[in-house]
Write a protein that binds this ligand. Structure first.
Ligand SMILES: [Zn+2]
Length: 247
């Protein structure tokens, strides 16, 4: 981490911030070395890619790190419900014969992590919200005014649905998955405070069979695919100032 920050200082004209893990190896069990990361200037803690599994560990991290002005970003997903992370649970998953990831797998953790943040007095940022009820949950918590919560939406969740997967097209495999038109509409009208792409390497589509291919492919979100999407989004929502601690 020190190397990344040092390189950024000398090679970048813009401020570069890094995030640190909440738990060791992002396993959700044992606290990472938060104090050491704080000393290096890390502001945000996240186990992104996975949910911090143990809520007691996350609560302890929030109580500790908030004292030092750090905040949290949550990837919201109950792994036992999400299954193979191939696509949304619904008509398309039934049609393709693949276990889908239900929206409740995401919504449960959205609510859990906001509750934990409230208990700890922490700021939690909900990453890549993809469901209508998830956005409504965030809006409800924001309306209470007693917890610091922000949220983001990814461009592909505003523009595509699970129907775009069609005949096992891995270009539309995301995590969290593309959901329904009702979810897209709710996200566009929602209260997100930022847009984020969560860029990842795309997967070469070399497997001979379509069904194993969509099960094994990494979720898509490459710069080449996201750039035109981002340009095409029009929304009236205005991102809030997140206090300068942003990436
Ligand atoms: Zn994530």
């Amino acid at each position: 981490m020190a190397t990344v920050l040092e390189n950024a200082k000398h090679r970048s004209r813009i401020p570069v911030y890094t995030s640190g893990c909440v738990t060791k190896n992002r396993e959700g069990k044992e606290l990472a070395e938060i104090e050491g990361m704080r000393e290096l200037g890390v502001k945000m803690l996240t186990d992104d890619g996975d949910t911090t599994g143990d809520p007691a560990v996350l609560l302890r991290a929030m109580q500790y790190a908030t004292e030092f002005g750090m905040f949290f970003a949550s990837h919201c997903e109950v792994p036992e419900l999400a299954g193979p992370r191939a696509l949304n649970e619904g008509v398309m998953s039934y049609r393709l014969g693949i276990k889908g990831s239900p929206a409740c797998a995401e919504e449960i953790i959205i609510d859990r992590d906001i509750r934990l943040a409230r208990a700890a007095g922490a700021h939690v940022h909900i990453q890549h919200v993809s469901s209508k009820l998830g956005m409504e949950t965030i809006r409800w918590w924001k309306s209470r005014g007693d917890v610091k919560v922000t949220a983001e939406v990814a461009p592909h969740h505003l523009l595509f649905t699970d129907e775009h997967i069609g005949d096992y097209d891995t270009n539309y495999k995301m995590n969290p998955p593309l959901r329904t038109q009702a979810d897209c509409d709710a996200l566009l009208a929602g209260s997100s405070t930022a847009y984020s792409t969560s860029l990842l390497p795309t997967t070469p589509r070399t497997l001979p069979s379509k069904k194993p291919r969509i099960l094994s492919a990494r979720p898509m979100a490459s710069p080449a695919s996201i750039r035109p999407l981002s340009r095409s989004i029009t929304t009236s929502s205005s991102p809030e100032n997140l206090g300068g601690t942003w990436w």
